[in-house]
Design a binder for this molecule. Structure first.
Ligand code: HEM
Length: 391
């Protein structure tokens, strides 16, 4: 019997691929990959969550075989995201000091100011307008750029490059964008070496590279990974959250009556959309039994976040956008050792962006129907190409 071909496409833009519901009944199954190989696919919530924190499953790029990661390869492509302990923890710690809840709290007023400025501008623009390019994209782009110390005039360029890197269907374009970004970041780092400022890149140079803790050649991949990981995901999350509120009048009304429920809204939006769709991989590091199947060293394992977050055993009536899920233990940010480093920052960005947007423009509405929008299927991060709105 042939294996199902993975990745699956979403048939309905508002739900994960239908195949997942059937496969969740079966436990781990073998799927064929685009490169001719195969992998174990984990679809159930418990299996995915357990796998995310199982040291017998490695995140090491070298063990995985870089070709399978679907991204262009060079040394240390994905920095500590694709490393195991102890090196993973050592490098992760260097950036986590910048992403603690306290640090992120300090960022709140800056994010609010940025959001308010964008909304002032939007109010002056002719309508209808594309909310994606005027608001949802600039917020995370500018936040991550400020954090890393990227000059304002370069924001757009790296946003375009980053998007191309994450696209799956045009490998030559992805590769060219990736090279351009490397050149750009190497220049940025040289500049910061000469003239360190109050930003994460400069602090990594001064506190880590100069002290010998971080090899110089490991700095650029780290900065690049934060750039790419930090805004495409958050952009999608803001875009799809805005769409949710424009297409769910009851949810929108609830937030008007109970604005403090915005945190529940953000958690449910993270679960519902599960934008990190086809990029969570592990490789078996020791022969073992996992979820009732025998796995052997070197076999690839795909952890399907959209499926786990729509497992009816963990989330009753999963296709319903439900503000009352209570303890929403979704795995949209992963779980355990590799839990998203930017989770607190992303949560604050979505919260501030969505609250301010609908407070400022209460009559905001979608132009056209949600099924007519252009969704980004062929991408490691699910999202929209544009979001036409008016009021
Ligand atoms: C809604 C927005 C976001 C989503 C859905 C998301 C999702 C994820 C997921 C699922 C992982 C786990 C990968 C794995 O287990 O292999 C991850 C890891 C990571 N994310 Fe995010 N992310 C978001 C925003 C951000 C932001 C804003 C940043 C940084 C500024 C960031 C930086 C990272 C880093 C550095 C890792 C690697 C952590 C490690 O391996 O220890 N992410 N993210």
């Amino acid at each position: 019997m042939t294996n199902p071909a993975w990745p699956f496409a979403r048939q309905c833009p508002m739900a994960p691929p239908g195949e997942y519901a059937t496969l969740r009944e079966k436990g781990p199954v073998k799927v064929d990959l685009p490169d001719g190989g195969w992998a174990w696919l984990l679809t159930g919530y418990d299996d995915v969550r357990q796998a995310m924190n199982d040291p017998r499953l490695s995140s090491d790029d070298d063990k995985m075989g870089r070709a399978r990661t679907q991204l262009p390869s060079d040394r240390n492509l994905n920095t500590f995201w694709r490393m195991d302990e102890p090196e993973h923890g050592r490098l992760r710690h260097m950036v986590m000091t910048e992403f603690t809840a306290r640090r992120i709290k300090d960022w709140r007023p800056r994010i609010q100011k940025l959001v308010d400025g964008l909304l002032d501008r939007i109010e002056q623009l002719p309508r209808p307008l594309d909310l994606y390019s005027e608001f949802c994209l600039p917020v995370p782009t500018q936040v991550i750029a400020m954090l890393l110390g990227v000059p304002k005039e370069d924001y757009r360029t790296f946003a375009v490059q980053s998007r191309k890197i994450l696209t799956l269907d045009k490998p030559e374009e992805s590769w060219a964008a990736y090279q351009e970004m490397n050149t750009y970041l190497n220049r940025l780092i040289e500049e910061k070496e000469r003239n360190p400022q109050d930003d994460l890149t400069s602090r990594l140079i001064v506190d880590r590279v100069r002290t010998g803790e971080l090899a110089k050649e490991d700095l650029m991949p780290m900065v690049r990974f934060l750039l790419v990981a930090g805004f495409e995901t958050t952009t999608s999350q803001i875009t799809l959250s805005a769409l949710t509120l424009m297409t769910n009048p009851e949810v929108r009304q609830r937030l008007v009556e109970e604005p403090e429920r915005i945190t529940d809204f953000v958690e449910e939006s993270l679960r519902f959309w599960s934008v990190s769709q086809d990029n969570i991989l592990r490789v078996v590091d020791q022969d073992m039994e996992f979820a009732g199947v025998n796995m052997s060293v070197g076999e690839l394992v795909v952890l399907a976040i959209p499926s786990a977050n729509h497992d009816e055993k963990a989330f009753p009536d999963p296709e319903r956008f439900d503000l009352d899920r209570g303890d929403n233990r979704h795995v949209a940010f992963g779980f355990g050792t590799h839990l998203c480093a930017g989770a607190s920052l992303a949560r604050r960005e979505v919260e501030i962006a969505i609250t301010s947007l609908f407070a400022r423009i209460p009559d905001l509405r979608l132009v056209g129907r949600p099924e007519e929008l252009r969704y980004r299927h062929q991408s490691l991060v699910y999202g929209l190409e544009s979001l036409p709105v008016t009021w």
